[in-house]
Write a protein that binds this ligand. Structure first.
Ligand SMILES: [Zn+2]
Length: 470
Protein backbone atom coordinates (compact mmCIF):
# COMPACT_ATOMS: atom_id res chain seq x y z
CA UNK A 1 0.00 0.00 0.00
CA UNK A 2 1.09 3.50 -0.76
CA UNK A 3 1.85 5.97 1.97
CA UNK A 4 3.22 9.43 2.56
CA UNK A 5 5.56 10.41 5.32
CA UNK A 6 5.23 13.62 7.24
CA UNK A 7 8.26 14.90 9.11
CA UNK A 8 8.29 17.98 11.23
CA UNK A 9 10.91 19.44 13.49
CA UNK A 10 9.89 21.76 16.20
CA UNK A 11 13.14 23.64 16.68
CA UNK A 12 15.41 25.03 14.02
CA UNK A 13 18.46 23.04 14.98
CA UNK A 14 16.76 19.67 15.06
CA UNK A 15 17.75 17.13 12.47
CA UNK A 16 15.10 15.51 10.26
CA UNK A 17 17.34 12.72 8.95
CA UNK A 18 16.91 10.47 11.94
CA UNK A 19 13.11 10.81 11.85
CA UNK A 20 13.10 9.88 8.15
CA UNK A 21 15.39 6.91 8.69
CA UNK A 22 13.32 5.54 11.57
CA UNK A 23 10.06 6.01 9.72
CA UNK A 24 11.41 4.34 6.57
CA UNK A 25 12.34 1.25 8.55
CA UNK A 26 8.94 1.23 10.19
CA UNK A 27 7.18 1.56 6.82
CA UNK A 28 9.13 -1.47 5.54
CA UNK A 29 8.04 -3.43 8.56
CA UNK A 30 4.41 -2.45 7.92
CA UNK A 31 4.63 -3.22 4.20
CA UNK A 32 3.95 0.36 3.23
CA UNK A 33 5.51 1.96 0.21
CA UNK A 34 6.59 5.54 0.83
CA UNK A 35 5.78 7.58 -2.26
CA UNK A 36 6.52 11.05 -0.92
CA UNK A 37 8.13 12.72 2.06
CA UNK A 38 6.89 16.06 3.37
CA UNK A 39 8.87 18.24 5.75
CA UNK A 40 8.01 21.29 7.81
CA UNK A 41 10.13 23.27 10.20
CA UNK A 42 7.63 25.05 12.30
CA UNK A 43 6.81 25.46 15.92
CA UNK A 44 3.67 23.37 16.36
CA UNK A 45 2.19 25.04 19.36
CA UNK A 46 2.41 28.48 17.84
CA UNK A 47 0.93 28.10 14.41
CA UNK A 48 -2.08 26.30 12.97
CA UNK A 49 -2.22 23.98 10.00
CA UNK A 50 -2.64 26.84 7.55
CA UNK A 51 0.96 27.93 8.15
CA UNK A 52 2.42 24.60 7.25
CA UNK A 53 3.37 24.64 3.61
CA UNK A 54 4.35 20.99 3.21
CA UNK A 55 1.45 19.81 5.30
CA UNK A 56 -1.06 21.51 3.04
CA UNK A 57 0.71 20.17 -0.06
CA UNK A 58 0.53 16.70 1.44
CA UNK A 59 -3.20 16.94 2.11
CA UNK A 60 -3.98 17.93 -1.48
CA UNK A 61 -1.60 15.25 -2.83
CA UNK A 62 -3.36 12.60 -0.77
CA UNK A 63 -6.76 13.73 -2.03
CA UNK A 64 -5.70 13.75 -5.67
CA UNK A 65 -3.76 10.50 -5.66
CA UNK A 66 -6.02 8.44 -3.47
CA UNK A 67 -3.39 7.72 -0.85
CA UNK A 68 -4.77 6.12 2.27
CA UNK A 69 -1.81 6.05 4.66
CA UNK A 70 0.13 8.76 6.49
CA UNK A 71 3.19 8.01 8.60
CA UNK A 72 4.34 10.33 11.36
CA UNK A 73 6.94 9.76 14.05
CA UNK A 74 4.79 10.95 16.94
CA UNK A 75 1.44 12.55 17.66
CA UNK A 76 2.83 15.96 18.48
CA UNK A 77 4.20 16.15 14.90
CA UNK A 78 0.62 16.50 13.67
CA UNK A 79 -0.37 19.09 16.24
CA UNK A 80 0.06 19.92 19.88
CA UNK A 81 -3.46 21.26 20.07
CA UNK A 82 -5.87 18.59 21.17
CA UNK A 83 -8.84 19.98 19.26
CA UNK A 84 -6.90 20.23 15.97
CA UNK A 85 -5.54 16.75 16.41
CA UNK A 86 -8.86 15.09 17.10
CA UNK A 87 -10.65 16.92 14.29
CA UNK A 88 -7.87 15.99 11.86
CA UNK A 89 -7.81 12.33 12.87
CA UNK A 90 -11.58 11.99 12.61
CA UNK A 91 -11.66 13.71 9.20
CA UNK A 92 -8.99 11.32 7.95
CA UNK A 93 -10.93 8.38 9.33
CA UNK A 94 -14.04 9.49 7.47
CA UNK A 95 -12.06 9.67 4.23
CA UNK A 96 -10.60 6.23 4.90
CA UNK A 97 -7.11 7.57 5.50
CA UNK A 98 -5.18 5.69 8.13
CA UNK A 99 -2.58 7.50 10.24
CA UNK A 100 0.32 5.47 11.57
CA UNK A 101 2.03 7.02 14.56
CA UNK A 102 5.36 5.43 15.31
CA UNK A 103 6.27 6.54 18.80
CA UNK A 104 2.90 5.79 20.35
CA UNK A 105 2.53 2.74 18.03
CA UNK A 106 -0.98 3.71 17.00
CA UNK A 107 -2.94 3.01 13.85
CA UNK A 108 -6.15 4.99 13.52
CA UNK A 109 -7.98 2.49 11.30
CA UNK A 110 -8.41 -1.25 11.65
CA UNK A 111 -7.36 -3.56 8.82
CA UNK A 112 -10.94 -3.67 7.52
CA UNK A 113 -10.96 0.13 7.29
CA UNK A 114 -13.20 0.70 10.33
CA UNK A 115 -12.24 3.18 13.04
CA UNK A 116 -9.85 1.90 15.68
CA UNK A 117 -11.66 3.19 18.75
CA UNK A 118 -8.84 2.24 21.15
CA UNK A 119 -6.35 4.28 19.16
CA UNK A 120 -8.72 7.25 19.01
CA UNK A 121 -9.21 7.15 22.76
CA UNK A 122 -5.46 7.03 23.33
CA UNK A 123 -4.95 9.94 20.96
CA UNK A 124 -7.42 11.97 22.97
CA UNK A 125 -5.60 11.20 26.24
CA UNK A 126 -2.10 11.69 24.90
CA UNK A 127 -2.98 14.93 23.16
CA UNK A 128 -4.61 16.39 26.26
CA UNK A 129 -1.35 15.72 28.06
CA UNK A 130 0.68 17.24 25.21
CA UNK A 131 -1.46 20.35 25.37
CA UNK A 132 -0.69 20.86 29.05
CA UNK A 133 2.94 20.52 28.20
CA UNK A 134 2.72 23.12 25.49
CA UNK A 135 1.07 25.65 27.78
CA UNK A 136 4.00 25.32 30.14
CA UNK A 137 6.21 25.81 27.11
CA UNK A 138 4.46 29.08 26.28
CA UNK A 139 5.37 30.24 29.75
CA UNK A 140 9.00 29.46 29.11
CA UNK A 141 8.91 31.44 25.91
CA UNK A 142 7.69 34.45 27.86
CA UNK A 143 10.44 33.99 30.38
CA UNK A 144 12.92 34.53 27.59
CA UNK A 145 14.74 31.25 27.78
CA UNK A 146 13.78 29.97 24.35
CA UNK A 147 16.50 31.79 22.50
CA UNK A 148 19.19 30.35 24.70
CA UNK A 149 17.82 26.87 24.15
CA UNK A 150 17.69 27.32 20.39
CA UNK A 151 21.30 28.36 20.44
CA UNK A 152 22.09 25.18 22.32
CA UNK A 153 23.41 27.07 25.26
CA UNK A 154 20.83 25.86 27.73
CA UNK A 155 20.40 29.13 29.53
CA UNK A 156 20.62 32.83 28.97
CA UNK A 157 19.25 34.21 32.20
CA UNK A 158 21.23 33.83 35.38
CA UNK A 159 20.55 30.55 37.19
CA UNK A 160 21.89 30.42 40.72
CA UNK A 161 24.80 27.97 40.90
CA UNK A 162 25.85 28.44 37.28
CA UNK A 163 27.72 30.87 35.12
CA UNK A 164 28.32 30.92 31.38
CA UNK A 165 31.67 29.60 30.18
CA UNK A 166 33.52 31.13 27.18
CA UNK A 167 31.15 29.25 24.78
CA UNK A 168 28.08 30.40 26.60
CA UNK A 169 27.45 26.97 28.11
CA UNK A 170 26.48 26.57 31.75
CA UNK A 171 29.33 25.93 34.17
CA UNK A 172 28.96 25.21 37.88
CA UNK A 173 30.06 27.80 40.43
CA UNK A 174 31.29 25.58 43.28
CA UNK A 175 30.51 28.02 46.10
CA UNK A 176 26.92 28.47 44.95
CA UNK A 177 26.52 24.75 44.19
CA UNK A 178 27.25 24.04 47.87
CA UNK A 179 24.32 26.25 48.84
CA UNK A 180 22.05 24.57 46.28
CA UNK A 181 23.00 21.15 47.70
CA UNK A 182 22.31 22.44 51.19
CA UNK A 183 18.89 23.75 50.17
CA UNK A 184 17.87 20.42 48.64
CA UNK A 185 19.28 18.47 51.57
CA UNK A 186 17.32 20.59 54.05
CA UNK A 187 14.16 20.22 52.00
CA UNK A 188 14.62 16.43 51.87
CA UNK A 189 15.05 16.48 55.64
CA UNK A 190 11.55 17.87 55.88
CA UNK A 191 12.39 21.52 56.42
CA UNK A 192 10.06 24.09 54.91
CA UNK A 193 11.16 27.01 52.74
CA UNK A 194 10.64 29.72 55.41
CA UNK A 195 13.01 27.87 57.74
CA UNK A 196 15.52 27.36 54.93
CA UNK A 197 15.37 31.11 54.24
CA UNK A 198 16.06 31.89 57.90
CA UNK A 199 18.95 29.48 57.94
CA UNK A 200 20.51 30.90 54.78
CA UNK A 201 20.15 34.50 55.89
CA UNK A 202 21.72 33.63 59.26
CA UNK A 203 24.49 31.52 57.84
CA UNK A 204 25.45 33.61 54.84
CA UNK A 205 26.59 37.19 54.79
CA UNK A 206 24.30 38.28 51.96
CA UNK A 207 20.80 38.51 53.35
CA UNK A 208 19.19 38.21 49.95
CA UNK A 209 17.30 35.00 50.49
CA UNK A 210 13.55 35.01 50.15
CA UNK A 211 10.95 32.26 50.13
CA UNK A 212 10.21 32.61 46.42
CA UNK A 213 13.87 32.29 45.51
CA UNK A 214 14.33 29.10 47.53
CA UNK A 215 11.15 27.63 46.09
CA UNK A 216 12.13 28.35 42.52
CA UNK A 217 15.48 26.64 43.13
CA UNK A 218 13.68 23.60 44.54
CA UNK A 219 11.46 23.43 41.46
CA UNK A 220 14.19 23.79 38.83
CA UNK A 221 15.05 20.58 36.94
CA UNK A 222 18.27 22.27 35.83
CA UNK A 223 19.88 21.25 39.11
CA UNK A 224 19.67 17.53 38.37
CA UNK A 225 21.13 18.11 34.92
CA UNK A 226 18.07 18.24 32.69
CA UNK A 227 16.82 21.19 30.74
CA UNK A 228 13.65 20.11 29.02
CA UNK A 229 12.33 21.89 26.00
CA UNK A 230 9.71 20.68 23.56
CA UNK A 231 10.34 17.02 24.38
CA UNK A 232 14.04 17.48 23.88
CA UNK A 233 16.42 17.23 26.75
CA UNK A 234 19.46 19.35 27.05
CA UNK A 235 22.08 17.96 29.36
CA UNK A 236 23.55 20.49 31.71
CA UNK A 237 26.04 19.87 34.53
CA UNK A 238 24.13 18.60 37.54
CA UNK A 239 24.45 19.68 41.14
CA UNK A 240 22.07 17.22 42.80
CA UNK A 241 20.66 13.76 42.00
CA UNK A 242 17.25 13.16 40.46
CA UNK A 243 16.31 11.26 43.65
CA UNK A 244 16.90 14.36 45.74
CA UNK A 245 14.90 16.43 43.30
CA UNK A 246 11.92 14.05 43.37
CA UNK A 247 12.00 13.84 47.14
CA UNK A 248 12.05 17.62 47.45
CA UNK A 249 8.99 17.87 45.13
CA UNK A 250 7.12 15.27 47.10
CA UNK A 251 7.81 16.92 50.42
CA UNK A 252 6.95 20.35 49.08
CA UNK A 253 3.57 19.00 48.03
CA UNK A 254 2.85 17.34 51.33
CA UNK A 255 4.00 20.40 53.25
CA UNK A 256 1.65 22.65 51.37
CA UNK A 257 -1.11 20.42 52.70
CA UNK A 258 0.07 20.89 56.27
CA UNK A 259 0.33 24.65 56.32
CA UNK A 260 2.98 26.19 58.52
CA UNK A 261 0.85 26.66 61.65
CA UNK A 262 -0.22 23.07 61.44
CA UNK A 263 3.34 21.85 61.47
CA UNK A 264 2.95 22.00 65.22
CA UNK A 265 -0.15 19.87 65.53
CA UNK A 266 0.76 16.52 67.02
CA UNK A 267 -1.98 14.09 65.99
CA UNK A 268 -0.51 11.42 68.28
CA UNK A 269 0.02 13.49 71.41
CA UNK A 270 -0.18 11.26 74.48
CA UNK A 271 -0.34 8.04 72.50
CA UNK A 272 3.08 7.81 70.86
CA UNK A 273 5.87 5.99 72.68
CA UNK A 274 9.39 4.79 72.10
CA UNK A 275 9.96 1.02 72.31
CA UNK A 276 11.85 1.62 75.59
CA UNK A 277 8.56 2.71 77.14
CA UNK A 278 9.28 6.44 77.29
CA UNK A 279 6.96 8.84 75.48
CA UNK A 280 8.16 9.98 72.08
CA UNK A 281 7.91 13.69 71.57
CA UNK A 282 7.43 15.72 68.47
CA UNK A 283 10.19 18.09 67.47
CA UNK A 284 9.24 20.73 64.95
CA UNK A 285 12.05 23.21 64.93
CA UNK A 286 13.99 24.80 62.15
CA UNK A 287 16.10 21.79 61.26
CA UNK A 288 13.96 18.94 62.53
CA UNK A 289 10.48 17.61 61.96
CA UNK A 290 10.50 14.31 63.79
CA UNK A 291 9.31 12.12 66.66
CA UNK A 292 12.03 11.25 69.13
CA UNK A 293 12.38 9.23 72.37
CA UNK A 294 12.11 11.49 75.40
CA UNK A 295 14.75 9.39 77.19
CA UNK A 296 17.20 9.48 74.28
CA UNK A 297 17.57 5.72 74.68
CA UNK A 298 19.24 5.29 71.31
CA UNK A 299 16.24 4.32 69.19
CA UNK A 300 16.48 6.56 66.16
CA UNK A 301 13.92 9.28 65.55
CA UNK A 302 11.34 8.97 62.80
CA UNK A 303 10.34 11.56 60.21
CA UNK A 304 7.01 13.12 61.19
CA UNK A 305 5.47 13.49 57.72
CA UNK A 306 6.47 9.94 56.83
CA UNK A 307 4.90 8.53 59.99
CA UNK A 308 1.66 10.51 59.59
CA UNK A 309 1.36 9.49 55.92
CA UNK A 310 2.03 5.83 56.64
CA UNK A 311 -0.39 5.67 59.56
CA UNK A 312 -3.04 7.33 57.43
CA UNK A 313 -2.53 4.68 54.72
CA UNK A 314 -2.64 1.88 57.31
CA UNK A 315 -5.90 3.23 58.76
CA UNK A 316 -7.43 3.54 55.31
CA UNK A 317 -6.46 -0.03 54.47
CA UNK A 318 -8.05 -1.26 57.69
CA UNK A 319 -11.14 0.85 57.20
CA UNK A 320 -11.63 -0.56 53.70
CA UNK A 321 -11.08 -4.05 55.05
CA UNK A 322 -13.69 -3.54 57.76
CA UNK A 323 -16.21 -2.82 55.02
CA UNK A 324 -15.70 -6.28 53.55
CA UNK A 325 -18.41 -8.77 54.39
CA UNK A 326 -16.15 -11.66 55.41
CA UNK A 327 -14.15 -9.40 57.71
CA UNK A 328 -17.32 -7.94 59.19
CA UNK A 329 -18.59 -11.46 59.90
CA UNK A 330 -15.42 -12.30 61.77
CA UNK A 331 -15.66 -9.07 63.73
CA UNK A 332 -19.29 -9.77 64.59
CA UNK A 333 -18.29 -13.21 65.86
CA UNK A 334 -15.57 -11.64 68.00
CA UNK A 335 -18.13 -9.15 69.24
CA UNK A 336 -20.46 -11.96 70.33
CA UNK A 337 -17.61 -13.81 72.02
CA UNK A 338 -16.66 -10.68 73.91
CA UNK A 339 -20.27 -10.10 74.97
CA UNK A 340 -20.59 -13.70 76.22
CA UNK A 341 -17.31 -13.28 78.04
CA UNK A 342 -18.58 -10.18 79.82
CA UNK A 343 -21.82 -11.92 80.83
CA UNK A 344 -20.00 -14.93 82.24
CA UNK A 345 -17.60 -12.69 84.16
CA UNK A 346 -20.57 -10.76 85.59
CA UNK A 347 -22.16 -14.05 86.71
CA UNK A 348 -18.90 -15.18 88.27
CA UNK A 349 -18.53 -11.86 90.04
CA UNK A 350 -22.06 -12.10 91.46
CA UNK A 351 -21.29 -15.59 92.80
CA UNK A 352 -18.19 -14.39 94.65
CA UNK A 353 -20.04 -11.35 95.97
CA UNK A 354 -22.68 -13.71 97.43
CA UNK A 355 -19.95 -15.76 99.04
CA UNK A 356 -18.46 -12.62 100.47
CA UNK A 357 -21.85 -11.63 101.91
CA UNK A 358 -22.32 -15.10 103.40
CA UNK A 359 -18.89 -14.93 104.95
CA UNK A 360 -19.91 -11.71 106.66
CA UNK A 361 -23.19 -13.24 107.85
CA UNK A 362 -21.24 -16.16 109.31
CA UNK A 363 -19.09 -13.73 111.21
CA UNK A 364 -22.21 -11.99 112.58
CA UNK A 365 -23.68 -15.38 113.55
CA UNK A 366 -20.36 -16.13 115.24
CA UNK A 367 -19.96 -19.25 113.13
CA UNK A 368 -16.38 -18.36 112.17
CA UNK A 369 -13.55 -16.56 113.86
CA UNK A 370 -12.60 -13.01 112.94
CA UNK A 371 -9.27 -14.30 111.66
CA UNK A 372 -10.97 -16.78 109.31
CA UNK A 373 -13.41 -14.08 108.19
CA UNK A 374 -10.56 -11.75 107.30
CA UNK A 375 -8.70 -14.41 105.39
CA UNK A 376 -11.76 -15.31 103.26
CA UNK A 377 -12.84 -11.70 102.93
CA UNK A 378 -9.42 -10.75 101.50
CA UNK A 379 -9.48 -13.63 99.03
CA UNK A 380 -12.99 -12.69 97.81
CA UNK A 381 -12.03 -9.06 97.59
CA UNK A 382 -8.98 -9.87 95.42
CA UNK A 383 -11.05 -12.16 93.17
CA UNK A 384 -13.72 -9.51 92.71
CA UNK A 385 -11.30 -6.75 91.79
CA UNK A 386 -9.57 -9.08 89.32
CA UNK A 387 -12.96 -9.73 87.72
CA UNK A 388 -13.81 -6.05 87.57
CA UNK A 389 -10.54 -5.49 85.69
CA UNK A 390 -11.31 -8.34 83.28
CA UNK A 391 -14.81 -7.02 82.68
CA UNK A 392 -13.36 -3.61 81.94
CA UNK A 393 -10.85 -5.08 79.48
CA UNK A 394 -13.54 -7.08 77.71
CA UNK A 395 -15.86 -4.10 77.74
CA UNK A 396 -13.18 -1.98 76.12
CA UNK A 397 -12.52 -4.63 73.48
CA UNK A 398 -16.25 -4.82 72.85
CA UNK A 399 -16.54 -1.07 72.41
CA UNK A 400 -13.54 -1.06 70.10
CA UNK A 401 -15.00 -3.77 67.89
CA UNK A 402 -18.30 -1.98 67.78
CA UNK A 403 -16.49 1.24 66.98
CA UNK A 404 -14.51 -0.43 64.17
CA UNK A 405 -17.69 -1.94 62.73
CA UNK A 406 -19.56 1.34 62.85
CA UNK A 407 -16.62 3.47 61.74
CA UNK A 408 -17.62 5.17 58.52
CA UNK A 409 -14.25 6.76 57.83
CA UNK A 410 -12.58 5.28 54.79
CA UNK A 411 -10.51 8.26 53.77
CA UNK A 412 -8.56 9.98 56.47
CA UNK A 413 -8.12 13.69 55.93
CA UNK A 414 -4.96 15.29 54.61
CA UNK A 415 -5.75 18.18 56.91
CA UNK A 416 -3.77 17.51 60.06
CA UNK A 417 -6.38 18.92 62.49
CA UNK A 418 -9.21 16.93 60.94
CA UNK A 419 -6.96 13.87 60.88
CA UNK A 420 -6.29 14.32 64.58
CA UNK A 421 -10.00 14.36 65.39
CA UNK A 422 -10.63 11.36 63.13
CA UNK A 423 -8.10 9.12 64.86
CA UNK A 424 -9.22 10.06 68.38
CA UNK A 425 -11.05 6.78 69.03
CA UNK A 426 -9.30 4.77 66.37
CA UNK A 427 -5.60 4.77 67.23
CA UNK A 428 -4.83 3.51 70.73
CA UNK A 429 -1.10 3.89 70.63
CA UNK A 430 1.91 4.10 68.37
CA UNK A 431 5.17 2.48 69.44
CA UNK A 432 8.33 3.45 67.59
CA UNK A 433 11.01 0.78 67.29
CA UNK A 434 14.33 1.02 65.51
CA UNK A 435 13.10 -0.58 62.28
CA UNK A 436 9.33 -0.44 62.50
CA UNK A 437 6.41 1.15 64.30
CA UNK A 438 3.49 -0.70 65.85
CA UNK A 439 0.12 0.98 65.55
CA UNK A 440 -2.62 -0.37 67.78
CA UNK A 441 -5.90 0.25 66.03
CA UNK A 442 -9.04 -0.08 68.10
CA UNK A 443 -10.79 -3.35 67.32
CA UNK A 444 -7.87 -4.69 65.37
CA UNK A 445 -4.57 -6.40 65.91
CA UNK A 446 -1.49 -4.24 65.70
CA UNK A 447 -0.54 -2.75 62.35
CA UNK A 448 3.15 -2.69 61.50
CA UNK A 449 4.83 0.10 59.56
CA UNK A 450 8.37 -0.33 58.32
CA UNK A 451 10.43 2.75 59.08
CA UNK A 452 12.74 4.15 56.43
CA UNK A 453 15.32 6.76 57.19
CA UNK A 454 17.88 8.79 55.21
CA UNK A 455 18.64 7.51 51.71
CA UNK A 456 16.26 4.56 52.13
CA UNK A 457 13.45 7.00 52.93
CA UNK A 458 14.20 9.03 49.81
CA UNK A 459 14.15 5.87 47.66
CA UNK A 460 10.96 4.64 49.28
CA UNK A 461 9.14 7.92 48.79
CA UNK A 462 10.24 8.08 45.20
CA UNK A 463 8.82 4.61 44.57
CA UNK A 464 5.59 5.64 46.24
CA UNK A 465 5.35 8.75 44.08
CA UNK A 466 6.00 6.68 40.94
CA UNK A 467 3.24 4.25 41.89
CA UNK A 468 0.81 7.09 42.49
CA UNK A 469 1.57 8.40 39.00
CA UNK A 470 0.61 5.06 37.41
ZN1 LIG B 1 13.45 5.23 74.01
Amino acid sequence: MKAVMYVRVSTLDQDTDRQIEDLTKWADYKNLEIVKIYQDKISGFKKGFEDRESWNEMISYIDKNNISNILVSELSRISRRQVDLIVFVSECSKKGICIHIQKENLTTLNEDGSENSNAQMLISIISSMAQQESSSLSYRIKSGRTNAIKNGRGFSTKIYGYEADENGKPKIIEEEAKIVKRIFQMSCDGIGSPSIVNYLNDELEDKVWKKGRVQSILKNTFYYGKMEYNKEYFDVPKIITIEQYDEAQRLRESRSRYTSTRQHTNPFSGIIFCSCGAPAYQIVVQLKNIYQCKNNCGVKSVNRLFLIDEIRLLLERNAKLSKEESVREKMNTKLEVELANIKSLEREKLKIENRKDRNYEMLLDEKISEKAFNKFNDTYHTQISKMITNIEVSGKRHRELLNALQNEIVHYSQDIDIFKSQILNVVEDVIVHQKFAEVKIAGWAKGIIMIYRGQALIKYNRLKTDLKRL
